[in-house]
Design a protein around this ligand. Structure first.
Ligand SMILES: Nc1ncnc2c1ncn2[C@@H]1O[C@H](COP(=O)(O)OP(=O)(O)OP(=O)(O)O)[C@@H](O)[C@H]1O
Ligand SMILES: [Mg+2]
Ligand SMILES: [Zn+2]
Length: 646
């Protein structure tokens, strides 16, 4: 790439965003696009909707594309966030409330806020999301504030333009004077007092780095933290020139609330803050005003989003002194994700951000098994008899579970309102995976190394109490058992040269005999061509795999035959996947036949030539069609060998 040329291109692209004019020029733009005058919540809502959405279903929340690339399994909290902006955009009462995200560590609260911030920065660079401000205004305020109160009702009637708020003390000061009476102000010496239509206006681009439209406030030591960080303060360098403290030229409008005007301020750990800061917020949310010492009120229009953890929130709610503020808060719970497939996406995202991990081989099933463990730690044990934690996990993940429906999912959710508010965080898992990787010489991580590392971490993690540790250790075992089944299946499948083919042959064979059995007919022997009785031994060897008893075999066979006939009538072919239990029986039978071969082959220390060839074939197959490397495939074989020899 030619860097110098690209820099030049970049510069000219940026210049496209420059717009300077007078208030009169700006009003022409507003007439063409009245949305330019929308308030902060409206801008955020438009931004979210501009990215697109997929409507939800009966009990399904909609999906907002604005968030979907970065956040997974958070549809419900995000729906609440968007609903807040939707109502606030219509200037309903909720606009006067602060959005507070409450949830466990590493659950994605900060990510939601930073998506909104980065989103606004980008949105003000689009035509429809563009923002304009009075030139020279320290709070880059809305040029519509120049319209005197007396004219606003008429304007609203004629153009449907709603104006809220008054000029800031700074702009008020200059608009009341001739330019010749002041030095060094961007409006120039030709400016005439109250010549509103000639006030210069410019386009602004929100940028946290440039302290424009996006701010962040972090509480520090409550005793020493100065309120000026939030609302600005006296400018010691000009106070000497202008003489009085009440002169707006002696004030710096550079607090986080000032700079975030028109956009969004993130209030980190709001509830850790000293009360005097919370009162400022209360006034802002109630009246859209920032209260400072000198100037009674400064209008500000911004979204305040804050986050906190559950403990702090409980303390806050229990405190009577905070009641007024409690009424001013819209609480959105942000629990951990509870769907395994979404958890996998979180890890994939986090790993793709990490240079160290991007190039390391992650064996198949590793992230899934780690996710399985993480989600298990977050689930509340189900009350219903027969429902296990693992079944619940699968149901939540959208998998089919015997005798369960979506109604069960809803019931399970309703009986566990706190679900997802504790457990293991995605960051813990990622940290442990990284640890496993930096172990000397590791070229890949497998589900087993992942689980081991997750377990080791529990001892080092001081914030986990002994009871939880015990529970987590059990859940690691549970995840491991789940993996054992997966691992065996994987290897056995790789041993059968063509699994589908073998399954089909066995099935057809079984069906021939079942048909003959039910119709009291004979079967033709494929080699001798003799008519023989249906092979009872063959049929039973399959049926026994799924526990069909001698007494029940007739009903089972008839049921299969009826299903076959029903399908045939519709012109469908009976496949080995047409009957769930029969499919299971066939697979188990295939694997049982194989078991000895697999067992012996994977566990001999000194394989003979034939076994060696077999092992190499299997490793090859795992590498070429199942995503393993030679090393991880060999580890898998060794592991399954020990499992089968238990
Ligand atoms: N549901 C999720 N989807 C995608 N990424 C997630 C999800 N939950 C957490 N993460 C990722 O995990 C990391 C930690 O999340 P984040 O910092 O946003 O959490 P937080 O709730 O602000 O935590 P804290 O309470 O520690 O401030 C981030 O990189 C985030 O992207
Ligand atoms: Mg955070
Ligand atoms: Zn101003």
């Amino acid at each position: 790439m030619d860097l110098m040329q690209r820099l030049a291109e970049f510069r000219s692209a940026e210049e496209k965003f420059q717009w300077h004019g007078t208030f009169a020029d700006y009003f022409e733009l507003v007439k063409a696009t009245p949305a330019l005058t929308r308030l902060s919540h409206g801008r955020v809502f438009d931004m979210i909707m501009a990215a697109g959405m997929q409507p939800g279903g009966d009990h399904e929340p909609p999906r907002y594309e604005f968030f979907t690339e970065e956040l997974f399994g958070m549809e419900k909290p995000l729906q609440q966030v968007v609903e807040y902006f939707h109502s606030a955009a219509q200037r309903l009462e909720v606009r006067k409330r602060i959005l507070l995200l409450m949830g466990p560590v590493g659950g994605g609260k900060s990510t939601i806020v930073s998506l909104l911030k980065r989103g606004l920065e980008a949105y003000t660079r689009t035509d429809y999301g563009a923002a304009y401000a009075i030139e020279g205004c320290p709070m880059h305020e809305d040029p519509m504030h120049l319209v005197p109160d007396a004219l606003r009702a008429d304007l609203n009637r004629e153009y449907k333009i709603y104006i809220e708020g008054d000029l800031c003390p700074h702009c008020r000061f200059y608009v009341d004077r001739d330019g010749s009476a002041v030095v060094n102000h961007p409006w120039g010496r030709d400016f005439r007092r109250h010549a509103f239509e000639t006030v210069p206006v410019r386009r602004i681009l929100f940028s946290e780095r440039h302290r424009m439209g996006v701010g962040t406030f972090t509480p520090s030591d409550p005793k020493s933290q100065d309120i000026a960080e939030l609302v600005g303060g006296i400018d010691l360098s000009t106070i000497g020139e202008v003489g009085v403290e009440s002169d707006p030229r002696a004030y710096r409008f550079d607090g986080e609330l000032n700079i975030a005007n028109r956009g969004l301020m993130e209030f980190i750990e709001m509830l850790k803050c000293d009360e005097k800061f919370l009162y400022v917020l209360l006034t802002l949310s109630q009246e859209q005003n920032i209260k400072t010492g000198r100037f009674s009120m400064i209008y500000a229009d911004e979204v305040v989003v804050s986050h906190t953890n559950e403990n702090e929130y409980q303390g806050f709610v229990g405190n009577r002194k905070s009641e007024a503020l409690q009424d001013r808060i819209i609480l959105v719970k942000v629990p951990y994700n509870l769907r395994v497939s979404d958890e996998v996406k979180i890890y994939e995202k986090l790993l793709s951000h990490s240079d160290a991990l991007r190039h390391v081989h992650i064996a198949p099933h590793t992230l899934r098994i780690a996710s399985l463990f993480a989600v298990l730690t977050r689930l509340t044990p189900p009350k219903k008899a027969g429902m296990t934690l693992m079944k619940k996990l699968k149901l939540y993940d959208g998998q089919d579970v015997e005798n369960c429906t979506t109604k069960d999912v809803r019931e399970l959710q309703e009986e566990a309102p706190r679900e997802g508010m504790d457990g293991i965080s995605p960051l813990y898992v990622i940290n442990q995976l990284s640890r496993a990787l930096i172990q000397q010489g590791a070229t890949f991580i497998s589900p087993i190394t992942a689980l081991r590392s997750l377990r080791d971490g529990l001892d080092q993690h001081t914030s986990i109490n002994p009871k939880d540790r015990e529970r987590y250790l059990n859940l690691i075992d549970e995840a491991r058992r789940e993996y054992d089944d997966v691992a065996k299946l994987e290897v056995q499948r790789a041993f059968v040269y063509s699994f589908e083919e073998s399954a089909r042959t066995l099935l057809n064979n079984y069906l021939d005999h079942v048909e003959a059995f039910c119709n009291r007919q004979k079967v033709r022997d494929p080699i001798t061509d003799d008519e023989v009785d249906p092979d009872e031994k063959l049929m039973r060897s399959i049926e026994e795999q799924i526990g069909v008893t001698e007494n029940a075999k007739k009903t089972f066979r008839e049921e299969i035959l009826i299903r076959m006939a029903a399908m045939a009538r519709k012109g469908l072919k009976f496949e080995h996947s047409s009957h769930e239990r029969l499919r299971e029986a066939i697979e188990k039978k295939l694997f049982a036949d194989l078991k000895d071969v697999v067992k012996i082959t994977t566990s001999t220390r000194t394989p003979d030539a034939e076994q060696l060839r077999k092992i190499n074939d299997v490793v090859d197959r795992l590498v070429t069609s199942h995503g393993y490397t030679t090393a991880s495939a060999n580890e898998l074989l060794r592991y399954v060998g020990t499992l089968l020899n238990r």
